[in-house]
Design a protein around this ligand. Structure first.
Ligand code: ADP
Length: 321
């Protein structure tokens, strides 16, 4: 029986879940690294036996298991756009919720220091993070996504007029928090290419970036600039998402394209970037978002649109390993 790496990874993950740091297969030998921080001896031995057993059943002739108490720092996925109002915050919130639904441990940082909207989108408005030492604990949202936003630290409506270094420091505090066993942090960046983006790229290098655009030419031109910023910093672009494409009239069901459609997909193709998916312009997306009920947490075509993008992002992360 030959040993397939993906099958090995799946089999090991079935018994060891998030504790699997890596599972490699070569010439029938499985090499598995487990993170065992906080487990006692007995629990570790049991886990090791279960993992060895699973790897053999998956076809390994020999199994090597290494254990480490070190936690990996969470991977950062940045969500950016060239300009505001294209649905970057909506996508960030729903991507995080969709990834959590897919079984990942996901956190969300609202790096939109000047216009934080994540507390409203994920129903944590008015909550305050607790501090321990000189770090904050993320606020738990009802959607299985711990989160931190400048909106949790200032009074609603209070103007935030920080510039340069202060804005960068604020971002550092949100990212260097007690994230526990969070594997992935989705970061909702401010639109454009300013100080916060630079701090993000220099100090907290994202594993990859997702770029959101509406299908219009102008939005796409701005998106191209945002892509340039990531590429200069050697942050790989995971792909593009087209938002507000194809409007289905809630009354007559007729589909129209107020902002055009397919523009982002075509632009992605021209730039040789993966296209991750399309989210329709849909009144219920705005209403549910404003009400703190992320559409990705529900059922139906809207939730599926976000789930598809989450799967594409996970596929990219797996391939990267
Ligand atoms: P950005 O973060 O890019 O500024 P937002 O995510 O805040 O954009 O979205 C701007 C507005 O558009 C919000 O009111 C949001 O609810 C709405 N919106 C975003 N995407 C959609 C969509 N696909 N359908 C309907 N409304 C949307």
């Amino acid at each position: 029986m030959s040993l397939d790496e993906k099958a090995l990874h799946d089999a090991v993950q079935q018994v060891a879940g998030q504790r699997v740091q890596s599972a490699n297969a070569k010439d029938g030998v499985a090499t598995i690294v487990l993170e065992v921080g906080g487990m006692d001896r007995l629990a570790r031995d049991k886990l090791e036996m279960a993992v060895r057993d699973a790897a053999r059943k998956a076809g390994a002739a020999e199994v090597r298991v290494a254990m480490t108490a070190e936690k990996r720092a969470p991977l950062i996925i940045a969500v950016g756009s060239g300009k505001g109002g294209v649905g970057k915050s909506t996508l960030s919130a729903n991507l995080a919720v969709a990834l959590a639904k897919a079984g990942r441990k996901v956190g969300l940082v609202d790096a939109d220091i000047y216009g934080p909207s994540q507390p409203r989108l994920l129903a944590t408005e008015g909550r305050r993070p607790e501090a321990e030492g000189n770090k904050m604990h993320p606020v738990q949202s009802p959607w299985g996504v711990p989160m931190l936003s400048m909106g949790h630290l200032v009074q609603p409506g209070q103007a935030i007029a920080w510039r340069g270094p202060m804005a960068g420091n604020a971002l550092n505090q949100l990212i260097d928090a007690h994230w526990g066993d969070t594997e992935i942090i989705v970061v909702d960046l401010p639109p454009g290419t300013g100080d916060v983006q630079l701090t993000m790229l220099q100090k907290h290098k994202p594993a990859g970036a997702v770029i959101v655009s509406t299908p219009q030419d102008l939005a796409l031109m701005d998106a191209t600039r945002a892509i340039g910023l990531f590429e200069q910093a050697q942050v790989p672009i995971i792909g593009m998402v087209e938002n507000m494409a194809g409007y289905v009239c809630p009354h007559c069901g007729e589909e129209s394209d107020p902002f055009g459609s397919g523009g982002a997909e075509a632009a992605a193709k021209t730039m040789n970037l993966p296209f991750l998916g399309r989210i329709p312009l849909d009144l219920s997306i705005r209403q549910d978002s404003d009400g703190g009920r992320p559409p990705a947490a529900g059922e139906g075509p809207q939730a599926e649109a976000f789930a598809r993008i989450a799967r594409a992002v996970l596929g990219w992360l797996d391939q990267r390993k």
